[in-house]
Write a protein that binds this ligand. Structure first.
Ligand SMILES: Nc1ncnc2c1ncn2[C@@H]1O[C@H](COP(=O)(O)OP(=O)(O)OP(=O)(O)O)[C@@H](O)[C@H]1O
Length: 213
């Protein structure tokens, strides 16, 4: 995957200014930078959730944005929100994403078996994050886009996360993650986004959010 000269305005502010990156099978990239630098914005662009104001994303040499449905099948996106349905049990939530695949590996990877039949609204913050990460595993997508994946996880769960990330790469998968803390990833490249010299007041642009004019 190759992203070239990605630029994004949020409100009046140029948040991403001609950012480029590339990633091959088995590789991982960490996005770092201060609050507001545009890490989440870049992940959303790579996920096809937000149109960049300039630049392109190539997948196997083809424009990834030309067919967003096809691109959606290539990526598993973990945002700050865990995207779980609170009224459903964990098993029900995971089944939605499993495409018929067995849930056992994902349940075991994040030690979730004892919570299988509990409604997700009863989960702690860390348990919800573990469930959301299990969902990522089940998506069976080559590219994982993870926004602060270890947020809320205890030390043991961070180790489990490290195992899962390593296995995904060994299977040829790719990972791009944002983080403010060290993540258990070996041989990882870094892309540091500089951020604004002085943080400006954001201009509400909810009206544009997700719009592909
Ligand atoms: N919905 C929005 N409307 C307008 N501006 C926004 C919106 N969401 C984010 N921004 C602005 O875009 C900029 C980049 O935000 P983004 O969330 O991508 O940063 P980040 O690097 O992920 O930050 P953090 O480390 O705090 O998670 C910030 O200046 C923020 O104020």
């Amino acid at each position: 995957m190759l992203a070239q000269d990605i630029s994004v305005f949020r409100g009046e502010r140029l948040v991403l200014d001609t950012v480029g990156l590339s990633l091959s099978s088995g590789e991982a990239l960490l996005l770092t930078g201060p609050n507001g630098a545009g890490k989440s914005t870049l992940l959303r662009v790579l996920a096809g959730l937000r149109k960049p104001d300039a630049g392109q994303l190539l997948w196997d040499g083809e424009n990834a944005f030309a067919d967003r449905t096809n691109h959606a099948h290539r990526i598993a996106y973990l945002g700050h929100q865990d995207a779980l349905k609170p009224g459903l049990t964990l098993i029900e939530n995971l089944t939605i994403f499993s495409h018929g695949a067995p849930l056992d590996e994902a349940l075991d990877a994040f030690e979730l078996r004892h919570l299988a039949d509990a409604p997700v609204r009863l989960f702690s913050a860390g348990q919800k994050r573990r469930a959301a990460l299990a969902r990522i595993m089940l998506a069976q997508a080559p590219l994982w886009l993870l926004d602060e994946p270890s947020l809320g996880l205890d030390v043991h769960s961070v180790e489990r996360l490290g195992d899962v990330l390593r296995r995904h790469r060994e299977d040829g998968g790719m990972i791009i993650a944002t983080t403010h803390v060290p993540l258990p990833l070996d041989n990882v490249r870094h892309l540091a986004l500089p951020g604004a010299p002085v943080e400006e007041e954001p201009v509400d642009e909810w009206a544009d959010e997700g719009a592909w004019a």
